[in-house]
Write a protein that binds this ligand. Structure first.
Ligand code: UDP
Length: 239
């Protein structure tokens, strides 16, 4: 693997990535593969913060659409992200990677609370820090959680691993002519409502000048490629 151009990054994985080929939940084999990619990244000396969504288990908006109280449903979504964080912690530790989970909702029996200085120390010691439960408040998403942690941990970039290989000017599944951007500025993403991350997450990255790299995590070896500035990706940065 080529040496990465970054010292510290935040890797955001959508919960749905953990499903592998399943329709729901966690595919342990695929999580193990992802953990292998994260391990390879750490072996280059890169400091890695991880944020994992919860969409493979529960999304607050989906619950609210079916009549649930939105805040209650969002707390369930946040709990789903903790399950995913524990699954990833397990997979990483089985590969010998030291990790800590820090949750924005306190859960002393299973993980640490979010404590920035402690997270800093973990990273210095080569541990991967997995931030769970987003920002710890309803009406947010883990994209906002990822942007917030990337800012407070002073990450050089936010890598968003999803099922698509970047940002398109329209939905590539619906429009075969859709064009993928190699790079695009924050304001275009916001003005054109390009589906990358929610607006609050994009704005937080813009205000703190944190580049967002969108890439497909489903392609094997892709994390290493994008960390080295190669492979297919879209970078959101200042225009
Ligand atoms: N959530 C929340 N506040 C947060 C982060 C997450 O309320 O700060 C809830 C929200 O209901 C969300 C769910 O947790 O739908 C799962 O997170 P997300 O949708 O971001 O997961 P992803 O789409 O990345 O899998």
């Amino acid at each position: 693997m080529t040496s990465p151009r970054y010292k510290r990054v935040l890797l955001k994985l959508s919960g749905e990535v953990l499903m592998g080929a399943q329709q729901f939940g966690i595919d342990p084999d695929f999580v193990a593969e992802l953990a292998g990619e994260v391990k390879a990244a750490t072996e280059t000396g890169l400091e890695v913060c991880l944020v994992i969504g919860g969409g493979n288990i529960f999304r607050g908006m989906a619950g609210a659409a079916r009549g649930m109280d939105r805040a209650q449903a969002d707390y369930m979504g946040m709990l789903a992200t903790v399950m995913n964080a524990l699954a990833m912690q397990n997979a990483l530790e089985q590969l010998g990677v030291h990790t800590r989970v820090q949750s924005a909702l306190q859960m002393d029996q299973v993980c640490e609370p979010v404590i920035r200085r402690r997270a800093e120390r973990h990273l210095e010691k080569g541990r991967v820090v997995i931030f769970a439960a987003g920002v710890g408040a309803p009406y947010f998403t883990t994209d906002s959680g990822a942007a917030l942690r990337a800012a407070e941990m002073q990450c050089d970039a936010l890598f968003k691993g999803t099922s698509v290989d970047g940002i398109y000017d329209s939905d590539p599944k619906a429009n075969p002519q859709a064009k993928r951007y190699n790079s695009v500025d924050y304001d275009t993403v916001l003005a054109d409502n390009l589906k990358v991350m929610d607006a609050s997450a994009v704005a937080l990255c813009r205000d703190n000048n944190i580049p967002i790299v969108v890439f497909s995590i489903r392609e094997k070896g892709n994390l290493a490629r994008v960390l080295a500035g190669e492979g297919t990706q879209t970078i959101v940065k200042k225009g």
